[in-house]
Design a protein around this ligand. Structure first.
Ligand SMILES: NC(=O)c1ccc[n+]([C@@H]2O[C@H](COP(=O)([O-])OP(=O)(O)OC[C@H]3O[C@@H](n4cnc5c(N)ncnc54)[C@H](OP(=O)(O)O)[C@@H]3O)[C@@H](O)[C@H]2O)c1
Length: 345
């Protein structure tokens, strides 16, 4: 890598700590600045991770010289606003998942990134993990034959707190956007866009979807059976079934350290992948590699892929009845065809 990149972080909550820990162990990365809505919080965070610059407002940090890239770790409902803030200052952005609340927001982020000639990527870190690379390699080599079915879930029992972003409707709470995005991401990676969508949900007392069940259908008899939850531990495994066998990405599959290959009449074969830290090093390295090469997007997590992903999430929300009125451009005409361009191959 040609240089060491100075990172900034916006929003110093749960994930910002884990990300900061991984920045510290990633070669050619330096945590240069952090921003919180509270100067006290920013100061404490900076002390903990030895960060030279810290700010009590996000707007102040984007004016800080020498920042090469900003990681956005605020709740979903602010992803678009904070991404636009950075892009206006031509600062490359790594923004947490979901990229934004809907496809219109994502379109505006991508448009500004292009207009400003500035790098932008969604922080869907699972995409960059060695386990996913190995899974794709096994599939591409034809090891399990034609892939026909994906079964994947992500469910955990969150501590109930109506103020926490997980249960807070105003902050885009609910299972689909928080964790359901992972199985949906995997379905998009393996199969592309579906030809039909079925989805059901159960809405809890704070008006967020506490569980969501999703069935996606594709040409060639392919199907994805997906599930998310914030009220139950669901196992969090992904099984990719082909004509000759299956690949099980073991729990918790979105941050996997092993997978099992099951072929007919053969002993199961395990593959193990140990990584340092929390696993964010891979997306950090991918982003810096792209900047080194002067790229404006990652080929692994491209703008088009992120747009397809959010369109799919919008369409699933319509089908299941998961609404955030302030963000639902489609609410007056909830026609799936207006929201998602279905696959026709
Ligand atoms: N990639 C992953 O593995 C992963 C894991 C967890 C979460 N995430 C994503 O990361 C994002 C943040 O999740 P988190 O779990 O870190 O959330 P969190 O603990 O609630 O932290 C979010 C931070 O955003 C800032 N913020 C700005 N406006 C806010 C508002 N009105 N209400 C609350 N906080 C506000 C706060 O930082 P300041 O007070 O410092 O301004 C807060 O600490 C989410 O979009 C989530 O999907 C990703």
């Amino acid at each position: 890598m040609a240089k060491t990149y100075n990172w900034g972080i916006i929003g110093l909550g749960h994930i910002a700590h884990k990300f900061a820990q991984d920045l510290l162990i990633t070669k050619n990365a330096r945590l240069h600045a952090v921003a919180s809505r509270s100067l006290e919080k920013a100061t404490a965070f900076a002390e903990l991770y030895h960060v030279p610059h810290y700010f009590g407002s996000y707007e102040e940090m984007v004016k800080c010289p020498d920042i090469d890239v900003i990681y956005i770790a605020t709740p979903h409902t602010f992803h678009c606003e904070h991404t636009l803030l950075c892009l206006k200052h031509q600062i490359p952005v790594l923004c947490e998942k979901p990229f934004a609340m809907n496809a219109r927001e994502v379109e505006s982020m991508i448009a500004l990134a292009k207009a400003q000639d500035t790098f932008l990527m969604e922080a869907l870190w699972t995409r960059f993990l060695p386990t996913i690379r190995k899974t794709l390699e096994l599939i591409d080599n034809g090891t399990i034959g034609k892939v026909l079915t994906l079964k994947a879930d992500f469910g955990y029992k969150a501590i109930f707190d109506p103020k926490n972003r997980i249960f807070n409707h105003q902050l885009g709470g609910g299972s689909l956007l928080d964790v359901g995005i992972y199985p949906i991401f995997l379905s998009l990676l393996l199969f592309g866009k579906p030809t039909s969508i079925k989805a059901v949900t159960s809405i809890g007392q704070t008006n967020v979807d506490e569980t969501c069940g999703i069935l996606l259908q594709y040409p060639g008899h392919k199907m994805a059976i997906l599930h998310s939850s914030i009220i139950a531990d669901t196992g969090t495994e992904a099984i990719i079934c082909g004509e000759r066998g299956n690949i099980k990405i073991n729990t918790r599959w979105h941050e996997p350290t092993s997978l099992t290959l099951n072929l007919k009449n053969k002993e199961p074969q395990d593959f193990f992948f140990n990584y340092r830290g929390n696993g964010y090093e891979y997306e950090i390295q991918e982003l810096m590699k792209c900047l080194d090469r002067g790229m404006l997007e990652s080929l692994k997590m491209s703008h088009d892929f992120s747009l397809d992903l959010i369109e799919l999430l919008d369409a699933i929300r319509i089908e299941a009845g998961i609404y955030y009125p302030k963000f639902d451009y489609f609410v007056r005409s909830p026609k799936l065809e207006d929201v998602i361009k279905f696959s026709n191959n």
